[in-house]
Ligand binder design. Structure first.
Ligand SMILES: Nc1ncnc2c1ncn2[C@@H]1O[C@H](COP(=O)(O)OP(=O)(O)OP(=O)(O)O)[C@@H](O)[C@H]1O
Ligand SMILES: [Mg+2]
Length: 290
């Protein structure tokens, strides 16, 4: 079993070679079937000496929305952040297992974590536009990547893609911070998709938004899954039912004083909600809806 010990990344790490895509889109190795793009196999994950997550294995379907649900502290964000190496930034983070993206181990020492994040983008819980214009927010990643194409077209494309263009096209040079919360979140989505990642991670992207803005983001997610693979975390089970093709239920059993989360059940959303196999899943879903 590999053990990945992640102090902040040494500057000597070589840039990643492009991830090879097997001709049929299947994993070069691992258990993923022809439709999976990310394979998560976490035997144990630690922050320092604290074991935060254990036994969490799942294959993420391409061009689908996968939702992680479960009680607070069960490790949803931790698992999500490990998929684009965001946890590398946390001192003491390490895990036993592997995460493959298109059949390649993203924690391989030859892989640059910044390159991983270009392929696997992220949208956070609190909308976090940079303190700069709407336009520059969208071009930020493109400039970082040294994009040489038509940048104005790219901005329009990303803002249309995030269903924000019509609301901001007259004020592209105003501050991104002057937008409403829902608009700010769509701006963050535009910023994330401008560089055309293949996977978008969204950690409770609607929890700071009102119901109308939430529905707008949900509709957008359904549109975006045609072009991207989305992995999201939500506390809102109705939201998981509305948008997710696949759902993973994580749980943390605190009765014995332990606080290690794990994946209890994973499968098509309808099955998880209407015919859960595990008692913990049943209890959680019944509790939430009763
Ligand atoms: N940076 C960190 N350093 C140390 N422990 C952490 C860190 N981040 C999370 N943890 C711990 O790991 C466990 C899982 O946390 P995580 O944030 O992944 O849970 P979550 O399911 O996303 O919870 P919530 O629904 O409240 O967002 C918790 O016990 C938490 O305290
Ligand atoms: Mg969380």
């Amino acid at each position: 079993m590999d053990t990945h010990d992640h102090a902040p990344t040494p500057a000597t790490i070589k840039p990643a070679a492009p991830a090879p895509v097997p001709a049929n889109g299947a994993h070069a190795n691992g258990n993923g079937n022809g439709h999976s793009i990310v394979e998560v196999k976490l035997k144990a994950l630690y922050y320092g000496s604290f074991k935060a997550v254990r036994d969490t294995d799942l294959a993420i379907k391409r061009n689908a929305i996968t939702a992680f649900i479960g009680p607070s502290g069960c490790g949803k964000s931790t698992v999500l952040r490990s998929i684009n190496r965001m946890n590398d930034l946390v001192r003491g983070f390490r895990f036993d297992g592997h995460i493959h993206f298109r059949g390649r181990d993203i924690y391989d020492t030859k892989i640059d974590p910044v390159a991983v994040r270009r392929h696997i983008g992220m949208v956070f819980q609190q909308p976090n536009p940079f303190a700069m214009s709407i336009y520059r927010n969208v071009t930020f990643g493109l400039r970082l990547n040294g994009y040489k194409g038509n940048i104005q077209d790219k901005v329009e494309q990303a803002l249309r893609g995030s269903a924000l263009w019509d609301e901001v096209k007259e004020k592209l040079h105003q501050s991104g911070l002057a937008l409403s919360g829902g608009q700010q979140q769509r701006l963050c989505i535009a910023r994330a998709i401008a560089t055309e990642p293949e996977v978008l991670l969204m950690d409770e992207p609607c929890s700071a938004l009102d119901p109308v803005a939430t529905r707008k983001i949900e509709e957008l997610m359904l549109e975006l899954k045609k072009r991207f693979t989305i992995i999201t975390v939500t506390h809102n089970l109705q939201q998981a039912k509305r948008v997710a093709d696949m759902t993973g239920f994580l749980y943390v059993d605190t009765t014995q004083g332990a606080r290690t989360g794990y994946l209890v059940e994973y499968g098509p959303t309808e099955g998880i909600f209407n015919d859960p196999k595990e008692k913990h899943t049943k209890d959680y879903i019944q509790g939430a809806f009763s």
